[in-house]
Design a protein around this ligand. Sequence first.
Ligand SMILES: Nc1ncnc2c1ncn2[C@@H]1O[C@H](COP(=O)(O)OP(=O)(O)OP(=O)(O)O)[C@@H](O)[C@H]1O
Ligand SMILES: [Mg+2]
Length: 362
Amino acid sequence: MKVKPEIPNNNLPPLPPEREAIETKVILRQVSKAAVALAELKGMALTLPNQNILINAIVLKEAKASSEIENIVTTQDSLYQALTVKAYKPDLATKEVLRYREALFAGADFIRKKDFLSVNGIIQIQNILEENDAGLRNMPGTVLKNSSGKVVYTPPDDKVVIEKLMANFEQYLNNTETDDVSLLIKLAVLHFQFESIHPFYDGNGRTGRIINVLFLMLKGLLDNPILYLSGFIIRNKGEYYRLLEDVNFYGKWEPWILYILNGIEETALETITQIKNINGLMLDTIKKVKEEAPLVYSKEFIELLFEHPYSKIEHLEFKGIAKRKTAGKYLAELARIGILDSHKIGKEIIYINKKLYDLLKN
Ligand SMILES: Nc1ncnc2c1ncn2[C@@H]1O[C@H](COP(=O)(O)OP(=O)(O)OP(=O)(O)O)[C@@H](O)[C@H]1O
Ligand SMILES: [Mg+2]
């Protein structure tokens, strides 16, 4: 039966699709390119002395990018302030972005502990994101509309169908026997399926994008959650929606899979550049501090300024780098030589690693 935009897609086929449809020659060629870039990223991440530097920086950027698909606009500054300044009262948009970050960390923890991604785990992720425990949809009425209000797709509305499709999704995602298809193809297939089941009332896009990176971790393609397609999807949003529709209505897998593979390659290369830039900036910073403020130099101190682009005295105390008074002097000294910018916010002074902040903003 033909899939129609206004009719609930209760016949959405379970996974996997026919092998010939998802493993074409063109796809396989692009798989190799994406896989090479991803493997390089995995290795490159290890060149950073402290993985938290990258994770903190990239996760926040992703949280912001992903939330902007939903048109929640917030500034990088308000995010950092919300994370650093005690008295800061974040607005709703900022809170929402921070929840994305929290959901992502919870998901990554889940994978590290269980080595499995269950439907329940996915429900927990969405629960953190949306701050509600509605769980899987069990009432009809969810439709996807385009920006002019036209219905473009109606996901399954039968509770039993949704549950079955989710169980099948979990099985395909975790089952290693089906990993003889390239894992990156599998990721593209899974992302399509998740969005088409559309298991929740809201947050399906964001939950699906979190699942993508968790899948890469689960399968050992990354050690940490550092590859995000949200930036790529925002830049190519129209195409993203259109290609999802093409799979649903016409079974056209190839362009969809190529789109995701291109996204993985492009994003991995971008992230590699970003790591190189962070590494370069860190070396420059070390050099400058050693030359101009040698008494306060320590490796841990510099790393801290990269782990927290907005830092404060407590951070140094917490890491055991210095006691309160000395910590204050250390930070002031780096402000003096122009590495940090100090700002008084309420009762607190925060110190911004200017160059890092600018680098991460782009
Ligand atoms: N035609 C379609 N077929 C399947 N899925 C679609 C289609 N159009 C959009 N989607 C998916 O629906 C998501 C939006 O669903 P929902 O509003 O539940 O998620 P969100 O996280 O709140 O929003 P967003 O993804 O915009 O941030 C899109 O990100 C996309 O992945
Ligand atoms: Mg939404």
